[in-house]
Design a protein around this ligand. Structure first.
Ligand code: SF4
Length: 405
């Protein structure tokens, strides 16, 4: 006799934060801590407990639009430096995560600091425990700049890590790069781009340096000991990168992200599905110290923020509680604005169908005037289906986003 049919609905996207680093970079304001290695084992145990709580207490939310439904499920191990964990610890975390997002068909990304990947066996092990996409924080190939940034790797080690990852069988590798770095010239940036393109990574994320208060770099810049390129210089570096990488076969699909492709579809084959979930303003769970989750199922759409410090986080799970520090309710107006601000980052922009499915309201009922005005000024373009940035609009995206608030 057949038993009851069980229908399992899983959450589609899960972010897991690993807040440990060997050394704090001079520009970093992420939730990461150096010299806390003695807490890693307890943290992994607590993280697995949090994942088990999430698996039993959160009702999965199905994707709202066809574009979101087309994404692969995803798990993203970010940090911090997830590769400071042993393979056994990463395997324990992924086994717990599998109860929320089944690993079998998921994009499973692990962020990695090239300075921690000098042993090829570790990369083979990462593949074996289920990681199928690697995101390497290369940042620059100019060694004096890497030293100013306080990175623990040099250019040669970054390349070696990349080669080891290919040998280990990773066929989807992202490299993070930063531009507008201290003292950086256009020529230095071009040299880094030319060398990186020669490696042929599948995906590149390129961000201009953001000078955050309360970082050592901020103190050095405000004291006049270090100079950063000005905005015009930074814009020239951005344009140079996008033009050069397009000529090398990379497809830009988001303001800061390019990828290789095997198809003519607007989203390249190597686009990051986890980040696409953010840009499509999808729901996702998050676990780990300081992680943010996003759940918009009625009746209480909200974002939640976990406790920030490792000790506070451990304490909550030690007494069997979810480590949530703050619940931020989301109004329909929040949902409209976030769907526009995140979606316009994509080159495909925001389709009327996606907006309606995601927000339960017609795009023109909410933003007809704003869109018409921005189209008239040449910042946005619109066809029968979609609204997206013009190339000129993409350069000043942050100012345009304000119009949707
Ligand atoms: S490796 Fe990343 S998270 Fe760690 S200190 Fe450097 S920038 Fe911050």
């Amino acid at each position: 006799m057949l038993g009851p049919i069980s229908i399992s609905i899983a959450m589609k996207h899960l972010y897991i934060h690993i807040p440990f680093c060997q050394h704090r970079c001079s520009y970093c304001d992420f939730n990461s801590y150096a010299h806390m290695e003695h807490r890693i084992e307890a943290y992994v145990t607590a993280l697995c407990a949090e994942l088990a709580l999430l698996a039993t207490t959160i009702t999965p939310t199905p994707p709202r639009s066809a574009e979101a439904a087309a994404l692969r499920p995803s798990i993203f191990l970010g940090g911090g430096t997830p590769t400071m964990l042993s393979l056994a610890q990463i395997e324990r975390i992924l086994t717990a995560a599998d109860q929320i997002v089944p690993l079998a068909h998921a994009e499973v990304t692990c962020e990695a600091n090239p300075g921690t990947l000098l042993h090829p066996d570790y990369l083979c092990g990462l593949r074996q425990v289920g990681v199928n996409r690697l995101s390497l924080g290369v940042q620059s190939l100019h060694n004096p700049t890497l030293r100013i940034l306080g990175r623990i790797h040099n250019a040669q080690e970054a390349h070696q890590s990349y080669l080891h990852a290919r040998e280990a069988g990773f066929d989807s590798i992202n490299l993070d790069l930063i531009f507008a770095l201290p003292g950086q010239t256009l020529e230095q940036w071009e040299t880094t781009l030319v060398e990186i393109a020669r490696w042929q990574p599948d995906h590149l994320a390129l961000y201009s340096l953001i000078l955050e208060e309360q970082t050592p770099l901020y103190a050095q810049v405000t004291a006049g000991r270090i100079r950063l390129p000005d905005d015009d210089h930074s814009a020239a570096m951005y344009e140079l990168a996008m033009e050069y990488l397009a000529a090398q076969g990379y497809v830009q699909y988001e303001i800061s992200n390019v990828a290789r492709t095997h198809t003519t579809a607007p989203l390249p084959s190597h686009a990051c599905h986890h980040n696409l979930a953010y840009w499509l303003n999808s729901d996702y769970l998050a676990a780990g110290a300081g992680a943010y989750g996003h759940l918009t199922t009625p009746p209480d759409p909200h974002r939640y923020a976990n406790r920030l410090t490792i000790d506070d986080y451990l304490h909550a799970l030690h007494v069997g509680q979810r480590p949530v520090a703050e619940i931020i309710p989301l109004t329909p107006a929040d949902l409209y604005a976030e769907t526009m601000m995140m979606g316009l980052r994509l080159n495909i922009g925001v389709s009327s169908a996606h907006f309606a499915a995601r927000c339960g309201a017609a795009l023109d009922a909410v933003y007809a005037d704003e869109i018409a005005d921005l189209v008239a000024q040449g910042w946005l373009t619109r066809d029968a289906e979609r609204v997206s940035f013009t190339p000129r609009g993409r350069m000043i995206g942050n100012q345009i986003f304000q119009r949707f608030l």
